[in-house]
Design a protein around this ligand. Structure first.
Ligand SMILES: *Cc1c(COP(=O)(O)O)cnc(C)c1O
Length: 419
């Protein structure tokens, strides 16, 4: 059973001040989870999580993770600016971008971020723009199909990211000639993996590559970034990952491959987004309409603008009708938003308790890739984000958009700001 981290009574208080829809984040859950991750990898002296800012680009959230010892994984100008606003620089930041505009490399270099090159041609590109930094990382794409003991996980051969093995070898050689001294390897081969096998299998591949790169290029490889991809159980019947088993699996590969090669000082980095935040966010909405045609519909005051994953990927997000946790699931609903798009459905043919107009609904696991993917289709405005703090008080961490925000990009004319 998925249980919300807020009660109906707490929500009733919250909505008096902050009307639905909104995203709310669980500070206690975020901190405890970050500590578990750190503990699971505490066998590695230099371990560091660089939170993937794109998953939940809210400075208050990134700051909580910073307090827990995390850095930031940025991939764009504004993400770098957010990290900068929080006083982050240098080794606190991984810049893992692709198809990168010049000014973003300039900014990353200015902030001394660890630059992770997505392509062989970016070596000359970066050299021309900023010069080659002493510390540099390259993203690896092994091509083909990525399998673990449990079967096929993804298809890197079709992914736009990273350098081939030959390019990694040539790239490290070239970077060394151009003055790079400290090298890292990065790879992201599968997303939302609900399996303890993903990281250990990926680690095995990257550790072997590191040994080979060291032999063939003489590069001093100091860190390996396993990137994102650890998933969460969106469905209540899925078994969640055990981060301690994952950490131990990576340690086993480390002892087996890197230590005998004299590379026992390599630092392990992660760049998790979903795993760090998804379970610790809810989208809270109110049922505002019911409709009985060929199917039964419940219309919410939230829509795909607030959470795009169901519309975009057909993703499952569990729904709790607040105050009806014990009621029988004897009604079959499509739970919809108000966009003029038939895919604007949070749930299709979902068995739920009978929903009345005015019921508060919690949509689970929206803490990562939730608010972040929001857009303004149909002129809908983005919601507020709230923090449910450890002392159970609530803090506004982003106000809701207003019509003035929506029209702000017409500030060069006076259509919307007539005085
Ligand atoms: C999206 C992304 C992540 C985080 O992915 P999750 O699936 O949220 O863990 C990490 N690194 C890079 C480069 C990414 O693009």
């Amino acid at each position: 059973m998925k249980k919300p981290f807020v009660t109906l009574d707490q929500l009733k208080e919250i909505v008096k001040e902050y009307p639905t829809p909104f995203h709310i984040y669980d500070e206690e859950g975020i901190r405890k989870n970050a500590r578990r991750l750190k503990e699971a990898f505490s066998w590695n002296k230099g371990f560091k999580e660089y939170f993937a800012v794109k998953a939940t680009p809210n400075p208050f959230i990134v700051d909580i993770l910073k307090e827990e010892g995390c850095g930031a994984d940025c991939s764009s100008m504004t993400e770098l600016m957010m990290a900068e606003a929080l006083g982050m620089s240098g080794n606190d930041i991984m810049f893992s971008s692709n198809a990168t505009p010049e000014e973003e490399f300039v900014k990353a270099k200015e902030m001394n971020a660890i630059i992770n090159l997505d392509d062989y041609t970016h070596i000359d590109y970066l050299e021309r723009i900023t010069g080659i930094p002493e510390k540099i990382c390259c993203r690896f794409n092994p091509g083909g199909i990525f399998k673990t003991a449990n079967g096929i996980m993804d298809n890197p051969g079709d992914a736009k990211y990273g350098l081939t093995k030959e390019q990694m070898i040539d790239g490290f050689t070239k970077l060394k000639k151009k003055g790079a001294k400290i090298f890292g390897i990065h790879s992201f081969l599968a997303s939302n993996t609900v399996s303890n096998e993903y990281y250990p299998t990926l680690a095995g591949i990257l550790f072997e590559l590191a040994v080979e790169l060291k032999e063939k290029t003489g590069a001093d490889i100091k860190f390996i970034n396993l990137s994102g991809g650890i998933g969460i159980p969106y469905r209540p019947d899925q078994e969640e990952n055990d981060i301690y088993v994952i950490g131990e699996g990576v340690r086993e590969a480390f002892e087996r491959i890197l230590v005998p090669a004299g590379m026992g000082d390599v630092e392990i980095y992660t760049e998790l987004g979903r795993y760090m935040l998804a379970p610790y966010g809810h989208l809270v909405a109110t049922a505002i309409h019911e409709k009985h045609i060929y199917k039964e519909y419940i219309g919410l005051d939230a829509c795909a603008v607030n959470l795009m994953r169901p519309a975009m990927y057909g993703a499952y997000h569990h729904i709790t009708v607040m105050g009806k946790e014990e009621a029988p699931l004897d009604h079959k609903y499509d739970v919809t938003g108000s966009l003029c798009e038939n895919n604007d459905k949070f749930a299709i043919d979902r068995m739920l308790p009978k929903i009345e107009i005015g019921d508060l609904v919690v949509i689970h696991d929206t803490g990562a890739h939730g608010f972040a993917m929001g857009y303004n289709y149909n002129g809908k405005l983005k919601s507020a984000e709230l923090l449910f703090k450890e002392d159970k008080s609530v803090q506004l961490i982003r106000r809701a958009e207003t019509a003035a925000d929506y029209f702000a990009t017409f500030d060069f004319c006076n259509l919307f700001n007539k005085k």
